[in-house]
Design a protein around this ligand. Structure first.
Ligand SMILES: Nc1ncnc2c1ncn2[C@@H]1O[C@H](COP(=O)(O)OP(=O)(O)OP(=O)(O)O)[C@@H](O)[C@H]1O
Ligand SMILES: [Mg+2]
Length: 330
């Protein structure tokens, strides 16, 4: 069972509690909670529990809950095509993983700074708050700046000025590997997710070379499919600087299941891409909700919890964890 279905995990755990003859009061006492209302609420469906509280409950009843997550997973949402859903995916999947209790750092590597804006950061961002100093300023200390905290996520924001980095990077020795080195120094995160710009320039190279995994958002249409070939070739090229780089998933986006064109595209993508990497369930084309959530500066699962879009995003988050071999066993 993947970690995403925490309510199902709670159901198994509560059955286990009953089997072991433990009362809710005993569970609360073992877990160090004030009273039995906390485990009672966790057992109730629809409470959207966090991974941490589920872990605490499991420990209190003496059940084993194994989460195989060692070290930090660094993921880029990469596709040089514009508007395919990279920034939305980083925001929404990052949020879902953080809600599950994982520590998540998002890095906005795009001077358009959409990810930054869509997480509700309205104040002006200085270049020193971005990934810029880690790459350019300090040749000896490759530290990233202190991140912002938004909706339970950490964020290294971006600003239009980050575009200055591209021409400068060429003059920096090993410049394109600098973000990789800076991220390797972080140890507190379960996931680092990078949102590159829609290009094959230096910023994209910087992001992908810093990653171990690439998720490729791709719309379910012929144009989307055509672009995948270049993305796959580029990933191959980036492996020269990042030998362990893996294609983690093709993330199907902007899917309009009412049109035959989209249905057929989805089918051919599954047929032809599955040998390269898992192909996700589709995220449906829902212009109103994505636009409204972005304007509100909120991840879709926070803007419209339990809606259809939220459900799709959680399904994809589960598939991503599976692709990354992150599992929970009770
Ligand atoms: N499933 C969806 N349904 C409808 N609209 C969507 C969906 N996902 C994203 N969008 C919208 O499509 C536009 C492009 O999405 P997004 O910015 O996430 O893509 P991107 O690949 O990061 O774009 P860019 O290449 O400009 O960085 C945005 O306006 C976003 O709100
Ligand atoms: Mg983007």
């Amino acid at each position: 069972m993947t970690v995403v279905d925490l309510e199902a995990v709670m159901k198994l755990l509560s059955e286990e509690r009953v089997r072991r003859g433990l009362s809710l009061e005993e569970v609360a006492r073992h877990a160090g909670w004030a009273n039995e209302s906390i485990p009672r609420r966790l057992e109730h469906s629809g409470t959207n529990p966090t991974l941490r509280s589920v872990q605490r409950y499991a420990q209190a009843i003496g059940a084993e809950l194994n989460i195989s997550l060692a070290g930090t997973r660094v993921i880029s949402f990469f596709n040089h095509a514009g508007g395919v859903g990279k920034s939305s995916a980083a925001r929404d999947l990052g949020y879902v993983l953080a809600r599950l209790g994982f520590k998540v750092l998002l890095i906005d590597a795009d001077p358009q700074a959409n990810l930054t804006a869509w997480l509700g950061v309205r104040e002006e961002v200085a270049l020193q708050q971005t990934l810029y100093p880690a790459v350019i300023d300090e040749p000896d200390s490759l530290s990233l700046p202190e991140p912002l905290e938004v909706h339970g996520l950490h964020l290294i924001p971006s600003t239009l000025d980050l575009a200055r980095l591209e021409p400068q990077l060429i003059g920096v020795i090993m410049g394109v590997t600098r973000l990789r080195m800076a991220i390797r120094r972080l140890s507190e995160y379960d996931f680092v997710m990078i949102d590159p710009p829609p290009s094959l320039g230096q910023l994209s190279a910087l992001a992908v070379i810093a990653s171990e995994y690439v998720v490729v958002p791709v719309p379910t249409n012929v144009k989307g499919f055509e672009g995948v070939k270049t993305v796959v070739q580029m990933v191959q090229e980036f492996r020269q600087a990042a030998p362990e780089l893996k294609l983690a998933m093709f993330l199907l986006t902007h899917h309009d299941e009412r049109t035959r064109h989209d249905r057929e595209s989805e089918e051919s993508m599954r047929e032809q891409l599955t040998s390269l990497a898992p192909v996700s369930s589709p995220l449906r084309y829902r212009p109103a909700i994505y636009k409204d959530a972005s304007l509100a500066g909120l991840p879709v699962p926070l803007y419209a919890p339990r809606g259809k879009a939220d459900e799709e995003i959680r399904t994809v988050a589960g598939e991503l964890l599976e692709a990354l071999e992150v599992k929970v066993h009770v």
